[in-house]
Design a protein. Structure first.
Length: 184
């Protein structure tokens, strides 16, 4: 397993090198979006309207962060279960999304979209939202304000620690992990 440190705009340059289990220290702009925000994004797409951010080469983090306080821009910001976005992810990958970040397994359709688009699915450690927030240097709410913590936020992250869970070669950390540790 390797460790990579790169910025979001360079993500697509690295997806052909990333393998399941590799560590990534990601820096740059990441957008938060959960279930309700994805529904609104698809309403815009279905109506032929522009999205609130450029999906091409973007990274979406499945998170609903808590508000910041004092001089802190954002509170706890841990990943949510990615499978809830599986109905939406293939279309977004096909539109140019470089990666998603969350926790847990993904469907076969998402895995195929990752392969087809030379993209990646990255996992953040669940239950470590306060730790992850230390890697968030700025946060700005940019769309769907009425959704509260589920609004879309533009985050600036620095060395956000992630693990490659699906790679563009068909690797799946969840399937491989089960096989590796299966008791006979």
């Amino acid at each position: 397993m390797n460790t990579y440190r790169f910025n979001v705009p360079d993500m697509k340059q690295y997806t052909g090198q990333l393998r399941v289990g590799d560590r990534v220290l990601l820096s740059g702009t990441v957008y938060t979006a959960r279930d309700a925000a994805h529904k609104k994004l698809f309403s815009l797409l279905d109506a032929g309207l522009a999205l609130p951010f450029d999906i091409k080469n973007a990274v979406i983090y499945y998170a609903g962060p808590t508000p910041g306080h004092d001089a802190v821009k954002i509170g706890s910001c841990g990943p949510t279960t990615s499978g809830r976005m599986d109905a939406f992810a293939p279309r977004l990958y096909d539109l140019g999304l470089a990666a998603t970040i969350g926790k847990g397994e993904r469907s076969a359709a998402v895995a195929q979209a990752v392969i087809r688009n030379r993209a990646a699915y990255l996992c953040a450690v669940g239950g470590a939202g306060a730790l992850i927030s230390r890697h968030i240097k700025d946060a700005e709410e940019i769309a769907f304000y009425e959704l509260g913590c589920e609004s879309i936020k533009k985050l600036t992250v620095e060395d956000m620690p992630l693990t490659v869970a699906l790679d563009c070669f068909g690797g799946d950390i969840f399937k491989e992990g089960r096989e590796k540790y299966r008791l006979t």
